[in-house]
Design a protein around this ligand. Structure first.
Ligand code: CP
Ligand code: NVA
Length: 329
């Protein structure tokens, strides 16, 4: 049978996404209390996970290598100068060969079509480790972080108990936002997005985000604005990311200018009327222009829990897609 891939949160039903988040949280609690389940520590024994990264990474690389190791497998890191791909060999040939010798390809690429291209020719699951369009492993960790921090109601098999809360995104509409927004719409979480004119959500992506609600009883609403105060109004969580993603370095000057006034600060949250207990999240790496030190290192910040949760998100994703062959149990 054709393998099942994780290219975006859009690939998951609401119940599957919920399960991945709860499994991540479950393994975090179990392992941290010294009770690593045997079923986890042997689950990738004798198996190799290829990690094909053509961009830098701290969290995604370390979390994936640590997760595979925890599960008894071998993570094989293949940076852009290590393999023939991109220089001397096609995506098709590379995918066919690497998938014939390994159990999974975890890939960080530029164009999202490189992820779908790898998937098309792979005999093993492909997990997207960041493309220009999506970052599903980040979104799993983000929902884990929100669920652990807010816990509105007890999560159940099909719900994280987050329905009706609002997440605000202030800044650039990028890969991290797109999967986060898909997750929000799917889980009944409202999302307000503020970005400068010209840096909003592209039409093709808005369609993907809105379509993510089709299986949800009460999909989360998407609000788009150029005014940061409007997005943060009533928000329980304020999220941002760099204004200059990898590959956009040549646009740095124009972007720094366009995003002036979009920095996340306590003053912005107060002016806009965020919820009194609002929390802050950022996938990292962080630069001071998009969020000041007071918020980033302050008591509302969940950023280091969020970073750590990448490990547990990787464990949950590898278990579902590699060990359980795409059945999310
Ligand atoms: N958040 C994230 O993906 O970080 P890295 O680029 O360091 O992997
Ligand atoms: N938006 C950022 C995320 C890095 C994890 C980028 O694509 O560079």
């Amino acid at each position: 049978a054709a393998p099942r891939h994780l290219t975006s949160i859009a690939d998951l039903s609401p119940a599957e996404f919920t399960k991945l988040v709860l499994n991540a949280s479950h393994y975090k609690t179990a392992v941290k209390s010294g009770q690593t389940p045997k079923s986890l520590s042997n689950s990738l024994a004798g198996q190799t996970v290829a990690m094909m990264f053509n961009k830098r990474s701290t969290r995604t690389r370390v979390s994936t290598e640590a997760a595979v190791t925890m599960m008894g497998g071998h993570p094989m890191f293949l940076g852009k100068d290590d393999i023939q791909l991109g220089v001397n060999e096609s995506l098709r040939d590379t995918s066919t060969i690497i998938s014939s010798m390994t159990s999974c390809m975890v890939a960080r690429v530029g164009a999202h079509s490189d992820i779908t291209g790898l998937a098309e020719y792979s005999s093993v699951p492909v997990i997207n480790a960041l493309s220009e369009d999506f970052h599903p492993l980040q979104t799993i960790a983000d929902f884990q972080t929100i669920t652990e921090a807010l816990l509105n109601r007890s999560p159940s098999d099909s719900s994280l108990g987050l329905e009706g809360i609002k997440v605000a995104w202030v800044g650039d509409c990028n890969n991290v936002l797109f999967d986060l927004a898909i997750g929000c719409v799917k889980m009944g979480v409202n999302i307000g997005v503020a970005s400068p004119t010209g840096y909003g959500i592209p039409d093709r992506m808005r369609n993907v985000i809105l379509a993510a609600g089709s299986q949800s009883p009460a999909p989360g609403k998407l609000q788009e604005t150029t005014i940061p105060e409007e997005a943060v109004k009533d928000a329980a969580v304020i999220v941002t990311d760099t204004w200059i993603s990898m590959g956009q370095e040549a646009e740095s000057q124009a972007r720094l200018k366009a995003f002036a006034g979009y920095q996340v600060t306590n003053e912005l949250a107060t002016r806009g009327g965020a919820k009194p207990g609002w929390k802050f999240m950022h996938c990292l790496p962080r630069h001071p222009e998009e969020v000041d030190d007071e918020v980033f290192y302050g008591p509302r910040s969940l950023v280091f829990d969020e970073g750590e949760n990448r490990l547990w998100a990787a464990v949950a994703a590898l278990e579902a897609f590699v060990v359980n062959k795409g059945k999310i149990l």
